[in-house]
Design a protein around this ligand. Structure first.
Ligand code: ZN
Length: 317
């Protein structure tokens, strides 16, 4: 029987766990809504129970466990320092209780870093040696695979591509800086762009699409898809900034490929066309030949990323 690992993906809306084999096939899969409010102790218990349930129900004996979560993670200590989208997840050691309950080695990883390794092992980044991965969702995350291994940096914080500054005079970012990539192009940034268009009264189509809801990036795209020029210009401008950010990183890293995942990909060429154009325009020599590839892992990106980290940890043990 193929070797398996236990993977968990802790998101703002769902806690997922699954048993994954070396080929990336997902066996048993558990899914639990993320509690709106829970103490750190309750959250740890919930995660441990979810993983134990996955092991019991699958009948497998996984060789290790890895938990992927958004936010700041100290992978060496197995500690979640801060998870912005999960209430009560602050300064929590996750790996020790999991390892004790299940009797297997346990690891944690930032979800975007895990996604990079997941794409490298199982997805659109297969066959590359050096890979840059960007997650384009509510926020912008990133991960680096260098020489076939996940690059974590000195404190395990590497890959925070959402917080490179693209426009010092740009909008304020949640991190405190101004004009970060994430403040210009992300679900949050597109929602802010939609709000601004509404305030300026520049887009009757968007006004109709939004109705009485809180404006979102999805509204902006829906209005653009209906032919609203102002909304489309905002998305294309976001794509341009994304290209400047990724193009700069390509010039630094010279990766074999750049892989992209996340909800913003639903905006298609309206976002990706200007992105590619900007990347091409600033490419320095052969670095510009880095191919952009779209994720093939879909909603399993988090789980397969966690599984890839677990396999890499086992292999390097
Ligand atoms: Zn920032």
């Amino acid at each position: 029987m193929a070797r398996t690992v236990l993977a968990a993906d802790l998101g703002g809306t769902h806690l997922r766990a699954a048993v994954v084999d070396e080929g990336g096939a997902i066996g048993y899969r558990a899914d639990h809504p993320t509690p709106a409010e829970a103490s750190p102790g309750e959250m740890v218990q919930l995660v441990v129970d979810l993983l134990a349930e996955a092991v019991r129900a699958s009948g497998e004996r996984p060789a290790a466990a890895c938990i992927a979560t958004a936010g700041l993670v100290n992978a060496n200590e197995g500690r979640v320092i801060f998870a912005p989208n999960i209430a009560g997840f602050r300064n929590v050691v996750l790996t020790t209780p999991v390892a004790q309950r299940l009797g297997i080695p346990a690891f944690i990883e930032n979800d975007a870093s895990a996604a990079a390794l997941g794409e490298h092992r199982f997805g659109a980044g297969r066959g590359t040696r050096h890979l840059l991965h960007a997650t384009l969702g509510t926020g912008i995350g990133g991960g680096l695979v260098i020489d076939g291994r996940l690059y974590r940096g000195a404190q395990g914080l590497a890959g925070e591509i959402g917080h490179i500054v693209i426009d010092p005079g740009g909008p304020r970012c949640a991190c405190g800086s101004r004009g970060c990539l994430e403040a210009l192009v992300s679900g949050v940034a597109f929602a802010a762009r939609a709000r601004k268009l509404l305030e300026q009264g520049k887009s009757p189509v968007l006004k109709e699409v939004v109705g009485y809801d809180e404006p979102t990036g999805a509204h902006l795209f829906a209005a653009a898809a209906k032919g609203d020029r102002a909304s489309e210009a905002e998305i294309r401008n976001g794509g341009h900034y994304l290209g400047l950010g990724l193009g700069s990183l390509v010039n630094v890293l010279n990766p074999d490929a750049v892989t992209l995942s996340g909800g913003l990909l639903a905006m298609g060429e309206m976002l990706l066309g200007p992105m590619r154009e900007a990347m091409r325009s600033m490419a320095y020599g052969a670095a510009g030949s880095a191919l952009v590839r779209l994720s093939e892992l879909g909603e399993n990106t988090g789980l397969l990323g966690a599984a890839a980290v677990a396999f890499e940890r086992l292999e390097s043990a």
